[in-house]
Design a protein around this ligand. Structure first.
Ligand code: ATP
Ligand code: MG
Length: 429
């Protein structure tokens, strides 16, 4: 027999783990809802072309990490490695780039063919937020605070915000010229990965993790020295406003996003608790992406949070599950169908009920209820079936009073009153 296993780099999330995931997602979604950021869902599968254009062929993602294949119609398709390109495509395609400006979020699986390790998977999940049609310094500030506050709301401590500016595309190309000249001279001192980037994506060299290259780069020309006055002023304003809002930050001149369409603000949020894959959130302004993809010139800024790394940072308190309110103990074929009928009724209340369909002895079912720490139990046996009624009572470990009541299957009001009085539960609107 075949022993099937999941593909390398993919992960099954099992019910016990998902409690934490669901709690985290709920906190995030509520926070975004309260901030008037709207959800967008785009397909997981897109034309390969989209990512080549929207992420850039010189990037690691496009050059070696994409899941690309031909479909049955011989079209090249790719499982999305990130969300921004798809969002931009959707807005351009539907003609809703800036009518009005859009604050959007998405959450879901992304795919990158990387070497799996702690905090790095081939199928992973991101929360992304994109502000499309926003140009002002304050929109940079709003989006940074949004990311920061989500992380704080989740109780994560010891976070570092790193910021940098990339200037506009003129600043960048001036810098790039000088940098390439320097690279020509110093090429042989760099690590192989960085050498390979010289032709494809030289700016990304600044982002290297190679210690030796980092040291050599200290003598390279600095992007900062090529910034126009406007760009510098913008950056200074950003720093002032972050200080005003009491959001601590570190300046990191080596923080870059490798592509031409990135402009001005770039930021990352890292945590020492994550070890070598320290970045939980990466973001930046991409004023030239949408025009590069064929849309009208539209300024934009966004960030993405890696959910696997985020979950690692969240505390155990988010693993707590809501306890069972009612456990329905029953025995016998007739009792079972009445129990199903009753459990349908209980779905009209904001409570968690569990129906036992094991057919095992009452004492075994009680034990299960006990193990679940159910607050109350409903009992349906032969006697109850005959009389068309059920017994409901607070479970013995939950209350010393053992509030017990016998209720007819037809008496909704009595059930209503009991739930309200003993569990504080009201029926759903
Ligand atoms: P890295 O330098 O860690 O590869 P990146 O620059 O490729 O990051 P982005 O494309 O900016 O990452 O993605 C944003 C976030 O998504 C990252 O900060 C990280 O938290 C998460 N992320 C990226 N790739 C993976 C992966 N393979 N597995 C798990 N999380 C990931
Ligand atoms: Mg990566």
């Amino acid at each position: 027999m075949n022993n099937f296993k999941n593909l390398r780099g993919t992960v099954d999330l099992l019910p016990d783990q998902l409690i934490k995931w669901q709690n985290v997602e709920k906190i995030i979604i509520e926070q975004l809802f309260r901030s008037s950021v709207k959800e967008i869902r785009t397909p997981i599968l897109e034309m390969t072309e989209l990512f080549m254009r929207g992420i850039g062929e010189g990037t690691d993602v496009v050059s070696k990490e994409m899941y690309t294949f031909l479909d049955r119609g011989e079209r090249s398709c790719t499982l999305r490695p990130e969300g921004t390109a798809s969002v931009a495509r959707a807005l351009i395609q539907h003609g809703i780039l800036t009518r009005p400006s859009q604050k959007l979020w998405y959450m879901g699986p992304m795919f990158r063919y990387e070497r799996p390790q702690a905090g790095r998977q081939r199928q992973f999940h991101q929360l992304g937020v994109e502000f499309i049609g926003y140009e002002s310094v304050n929109s940079d500030i709003e989006i940074i605070t949004l990311a920061w506050d989500i992380l704080e709301k989740l109780g994560i401590k010891e976070l570092n915000l790193e910021i940098n500016t990339l200037g506009d595309h003129i600043d960048r190309s001036n810098f790039q010229k000088a940098f390439l000249k320097w690279l020509e001279v110093n090429k042989n001192s760099l690590d192989l990965d960085s050498q390979r980037r010289i032709d494809k994506n030289p700016l990304r060299i600044l982002d290297t993790k190679n210690v030796q290259t980092k040291k050599i780069l200290e003598d390279a020309p600095r992007l900062f020295d090529f910034l126009s006055e406007n760009s510098i002023e913008r950056y200074i304003t950003i720093k002032e406003k972050l200080k005003f809002l009491k959001i601590p930050f570190i300046e990191n001149f080596n923080l870059v996003r490798g592509l031409d369409y990135y402009t001005h603000t770039a930021f990352e949020i890292t945590s020492g608790a994550l070890g070598s894959q320290a970045t939980v959130c990466g973001g930046g302004r991409y004023d030239n992406l949408i025009s590069q993809m064929g849309g009208t010139e539209t300024p934009a800024i966004g960030f993405a949070i890696g959910l696997e790394r985020l979950i690692l940072l969240c505390g155990n308190e988010l693993e707590e599950r809501r306890e069972t309110d009612i456990y329905i103990v029953n025995k016998g074929v007739d009792a079972e169908i009445l129990a199903i009928k009753l459990s349908r009724k209980l779905r009209n209340y904001d409570l968690i009920s569990e129906l036992d369909l094991s057919g095992s002895s009452f004492s075994k079912q009680f034990k299960k209820a006990n193990k679940l720490k159910a607050k109350s139990i409903i009992i349906i046996g032969d006697d109850e079936v005959l009389k068309n009624q059920f017994i409901i009572r607070l479970f013995k470990n939950f209350s010393s009073e053992n509030q017990e009541e016998t209720i007819s299957f037809d008496d909704d009001t009595k059930l209503d009153n009991w739930l309200n009085k003993n569990l504080g539960i009201k029926d759903l609107p």
